[in-house]
Design a protein around this ligand. Structure first.
Ligand SMILES: Cc1cc2nc3c(=O)[nH]c(=O)nc-3n(C[C@H](O)[C@H](O)[C@H](O)COP(=O)(O)OP(=O)(O)OC[C@H]3O[C@@H](n4cnc5c(N)ncnc54)[C@H](O)[C@@H]3O)c2cc1C
Length: 372
């Protein structure tokens, strides 16, 4: 019988894994099948740009897979039978058997974090949600972006740069850009001042309502549009299927990215928690794509009876766009801690980030030999 690798999720991690596995197994007769909820690759790192009104280039998966031998199935995975090695889907062919499974379902916005967020907040976590926010912004007058991490900062500054007349507030439970060096954080504040984004730090949100936010200290922040960018959460499929997960539902994997409970399943990208020098892997495209390329190699090794090699998950930088013409690039140690003085700001950082973002798509088109 033909052996088969099934990859669930065609984002940065899953697409990289599928293409790499197919490349490794070319000529062996093994099949690689990629299951994704849509027939498009979504450049999630640009979704704040989409929300702010920019057009993104279309990246149809069939074109990205052309000539690779990877079969694409457009369907949602609804269940995994780990004993029978079958994935259940909500569309034809409804079931797929596998010999090695790669789990790469990514993440979405965590809208259950406070009451009212699910009913009233917009997000930039998926292409559909970012497009819904873009339509809303056409009529909005005041926007409150919740979340002082990278996604919140990028979203608030991108919206304000594109729509200067909008009142934009950035609300953070702690400091904005908390993991960055003081130098990088100073630039974030300068950029927000220059653009006119009002920053409110140490202001945890207790509730989201139709006309704004209620903060933990009882103060209200008026806004006709709330954008929730305070953390991602992963799909529940891994936990529901019986795969070992952490408290947030991310699949727990060993050094070779194999499930701790079911070593015939590999977990990558946002949906998996791998060990790093600083703890568990941070949800990022920066680690998702290398994890994917490594998993493609590992799956091919498993299918041919060899032991997968350990992955080395290392960080290099954090690149934050502040509109299209400004940014902060914070270089980091392998454990993700900031290299204090190694900061590039302004137009150079914006150009650098754009080059990295384009380079990532180029890498997905050409997933050559793995380099950490
Ligand atoms: C606005 C924004 C800006 C960001 N900026 C950066 C940045 O500058 N740098 C950085 O490193 N990271 C950034 N990130 C985070 C980065 O986008 C994610 O870490 C990355 O997308 C994770 O890749 P992934 O392949 O694990 O998941 P995803 O890219 O989320 O892909 C998951 C795929 O699985 C599919 N899927 C989900 N459920 C199912 C199902 N049940 N069945 C079938 N298919 C399913 C989805 O449709 C999707 O195609 C940003 C995120 C956002 C939202």
């Amino acid at each position: 019988m033909t052996e088969r690798i099934v990859v669930l999720g065609g984002g940065y991690a899953g697409l990289g894994a599928a293409k790499r596995a197919a490349r490794r197994l070319r000529g062996t007769g093994a099949r690689v099948t990629l299951v994704n909820a849509s027939d498009r690759f979504v450049e999630r790192v640009r979704l704040h740009q989409l929300a702010a009104g920019q057009r993104l280039i279309g990246l149809p998966l069939p074109r990205l897979l052309d000539g690779t031998g990877v079969e694409l199935v457009v369907a949602r995975a609804t269940g995994i039978d780990l004993g029978a090695r079958i994935v259940r889907l909500d569309a034809a062919p409804h079931e797929l058997g596998y010999d090695v499974l790669i789990y790469a379902l990514g993440s979405g916005a965590d809208l259950d974090a406070v009451p009212g967020a699910a009913e009233h907040a917009f997000t930039v976590a998926t292409a559909g949600e970012a497009a819904r926010l873009r339509s809303r912004l056409a009529e909005a007058r005041s926007v409150a972006v919740v979340g002082g991490g990278l996604t919140g900062i990028e979203t608030a500054t991108e919206i304000k740069a594109a729509r200067p007349r909008l009142e934009v507030r950035l609300i953070s439970a702690g400091r904005i850009g908390d993991g960055l060096s003081e130098r990088a954080r100073r630039h974030l504040h300068r950029a927000c001042d220059r653009l006119g984004v009002t920053v409110r730090e140490h202001a945890p949100v207790a509730e989201v309502g139709p006309d704004g936010l209620l903060l933990g200290d009882g103060c209200r922040v008026p806004a006709d549009t709330v954008v929730w960018a305070a953390g991602f959460r992963v799909p529940g499929l891994a936990a529901a299927s019986g795969l070992a997960t952490d408290e947030g539902g991310r699949m727990l994997v060993d050094a070779a990215l194999r499930s701790l409970s079911h070593p015939g399943v590999l977990g990558i990208g946002d949906a998996a928690a791998a060990g790093t020098a600083s703890g568990r892997s941070r949800m990022s495209c920066q680690t998702g794509l290398p994890m994917g390329l490594h998993a493609g190699d590992a799956a091919a090794r498993l299918l041919t009876g060899r032991t997968p090699r350990p992955a080395r998950i290392r960080y290099v930088w954090q690149n934050i766009s502040l509109g299209r013409h400004d940014g902060v690039s914070q270089f980091a140690r392998a454990d993700d801690s900031p290299l204090g003085a190694a900061v590039v700001t302004g137009r150079l950082s914006a150009l650098f980030k754009e080059a990295i973002t384009r380079g990532t798509v180029w890498r997905l088109r050409h997933p050559g030999p793995y380099r950490p």
